[in-house]
Design a protein around this ligand. Structure first.
Ligand SMILES: [Fe+2]
Length: 303
């Protein structure tokens, strides 16, 4: 019989998991177990600290609802979501616009809109702007009828999901590119925001003396048949937190700016952001989303 001690326990656990039929599940669980055990040995984890960790993860789960995803927020603030995005981008067979976080505020059923419509459907004091650009493929050709989903916070840094009635949508929409792959829409300039700090992730951020802010940004999911979906965000130059994003979403190629007097804009009387998105050809390995509509996760868990 095996003597279980602080070293042999790892082998004992891995031996028992050998029976896992799914090879990918077996690989992931074995690596997770090895790293988890090594982590406990490295920090010489005490029972009190282990229990604190259990309490923390329990609180993270209890904070999740159809409108709040504290586990995605935890993954984001630990840099795991950004790492998974970088690994995903590396697996593409063609160049494309870099991925950035989907975050906890995406909703998959945003209203269908026509080119030129505004996604700011509620009264607002925000600065009206135009966002326009092209969706193109690796040969530089425009991708017609590509789906452009957009969502963003308002001029105070809040998403609709954080408002009084989170079931009412605002500042989100789904557009389709024209025959040349072009899109344009109206919205308002977003403000950067502090991530939700009223849960266990906020407690963690405060304990680490981090500022908790994200720079101003606008989220996109761009897709078309035959192409790999691009999940990304555009970040506004000049934001004071552009170099210290709490969730590590900013990368230099996604930094953009609001310009006045752009004669090339389809709505030249408005300040505008112009950005062209490149779609890589599809691979058979999923959509590339790192995150999801919070209501979908909760309903999947419940079913
Ligand atoms: Fe966001």
């Amino acid at each position: 019989m095996r003597a279980i001690d602080e070293h042999t326990i790892t082998e004992a656990a891995l031996d028992q998991m050998e029976s896992t039929p799914n090879p990918r599940l077996k690989e992931i669980m074995a690596a997770l177990t090895r790293h988890l055990h090594n982590f406990a040995r490295e920090v010489d984890l005490t029972p009190e600290e282990w229990l604190d960790g259990i309490k923390f993860l329990t609180a993270v789960g209890q904070k999740c609802t159809a409108y709040r995803q504290e586990f995605i927020l935890l993954s984001d603030t630990l840099g795991l979501s950004s790492l998974v995005n970088a690994l995903h981008d590396r697996r593409a067979t063609e160049a494309g616009t870099k991925s950035s976080l989907v975050g906890p505020f995406y909703r998959q059923d945003s209203p269908e809109m026509k080119l030129g419509d505004t996604i700011a459907t509620k009264p607002t004091n925000g600065q009206e702007i135009c966002i326009y650009g092209r969706v193109f493929d690796s040969a530089g050709r425009g991708v017609p009828n590509a789906t452009v989903q957009i969502w963003q916070p308002d001029e105070t840094g809040n998403y609709d999901l954080q408002k009084h009635d989170p079931s009412e949508m605002d500042l989100r929409g789904t557009f389709h590119t024209d025959a040349q792959g072009r899109f344009y829409l109206r919205t308002i300039a977003p403000l950067g925001y502090m991530i939700p700090m009223d849960g266990p992730v906020g407690d963690m951020i405060r304990a680490q003396k981090r500022h908790g802010y994200r720079p101003a940004h606008i989220h996109f999911i761009i897709g078309a048949p035959g192409f790999r979906e691009v999940v990304t965000a555009l970040y506004l130059q000049g934001d004071e937190h552009i170099d210290s994003d709490t969730v590590f979403g900013v990368t230099s190629s996604l930094v953009t700016q609001i310009r006045d007097n752009d004669p090339a804009s389809p709505i030249p009387n408005l300040p505008s952001i112009v950005f062209d998105f490149q779609l890589p050809a599809a691979r058979a390995d999923g959509s590339g989303r790192v995150g999801a509509d919070p209501s979908q996760i909760v309903s999947k868990v419940a079913s």
